[in-house]
Design a protein around this ligand. Structure first.
Ligand SMILES: Nc1ncnc2c1ncn2[C@@H]1O[C@H](COP(=O)(O)OP(=O)(O)O)[C@@H](O)[C@H]1O
Ligand SMILES: [Mg+2]
Length: 259
């Protein structure tokens, strides 16, 4: 059965979208069938995979959420054969207001993607930097959460609020939701505080922190403007090998889990 993983952190700019795109692409290159869902109205995943958010017009995650279209009408083929995407655009902000009184409003996404769930090995959901209704829908639809952490001084403080939201979802509509792991992003070995924060993270969360560390790599920040995941933009880069390693770690964890 397909594993659904939300990429979440209510802090902006920590590497959620970069992780969603490049983990998805790496899993696809490692012969997994992957769907990436852009759950952020900023639509950075959508444009980062070479699709114009304006063209998502009438068949984006917004129309899916409000029940205007079915999931198959929202699927887009990316440049990688086994990577599909459900795009987003700015209309998605409307969901927070329009669906506020909808019955079972937390489960709209879970229900919407149910028909295709088993057609994929992995479904990754790139969340917005909020803990609003759309992110709650992403957490409700998911089996687990990957939390990207940028190793800055206040990084750990913001995590409390996210973990609290995860617990709320666990205590409510999705008791099976697990934390897949914390992944350190934009790591710079020359920066003392980075090593310090990684140490604290490992002390606190132990083996819930992925062994793979994503280094700061300029190629990772360039790739989206070319509409490509790093693996198609510069396969020899550190960013490319970091995300391939993360994909292998995710696969290993889940194969172990299934045994
Ligand atoms: N490992 C990295 N090395 C260099 N730049 C990165 C890395 N990860 C992310 N970035 C850049 O940092 C910015 C924020 O990353 P992004 O993935 O968009 O974060 P979020 O989705 O959490 O807001 C983007 O400009 C992105 O290209
Ligand atoms: Mg983002």
């Amino acid at each position: 059965m397909g594993k659904v993983i939300a990429i979440a952190n209510q802090k902006g700019g920590v590497g959620k979208t970069t992780t969603a795109i490049n983990l998805a692409a790496s899993l696809a290159v490692l012969e997994k069938k992957v769907l990436i869902i852009d759950a952020d109205p900023q639509a950075n995943t959508t444009s980062g995979l070479n699709f114009s958010p304006d063209d998502a017009g009438h068949r984006s995650v917004y129309e899916l959420m409000i029940g205007k279209i079915g999931v198959r009408d929202a699927l887009i083929q990316t440049e990688l054969a086994s990577l599909h995407m459900i795009p987003s655009n700015i209309n998605l902000v409307g969901v927070e207001i329009e669906m506020i009184d909808a019955p079972e409003r937390e489960s709209l996404l879970r229900k919407a993607i149910a028909p295709v769930r088993d057609e994929y090995d992995y479904i990754l959901i790139d969340c917005s930097p909020t803990l609003g209704l759309m992110t709650v829908n992403a957490l409700t639809a998911s089996d687990s959460v990957i939390i990207p952490v940028q190793p800055e001084f206040f990084a750990l403080e913001g995590l409390g609020k996210l973990l609290q939201t995860i617990r709320l979802v666990q205590n409510g509509v999705n008791p099976a939701l697990a934390v897949e792991g914390f992944v350190v992003t934009m790591f710079d070995g020359r920066t003392k505080v980075h090593a310090q924060v990684v140490g604290e993270l490992r002390d606190h969360f132990k083996d819930m922190v992925f062994e793979t560390i994503i280094q700061r790599n300029i190629r990772l920040s360039e790739a989206p403007s070319h509409g490509k995941p790093i693996i198609l933009y510069d396969i020899m880069s550190n960013g490319s090998s970091n995300y391939l390693n993360l994909a292998r770690e995710v696969m290993e964890k889940n194969e172990k889990h299934n045994r």
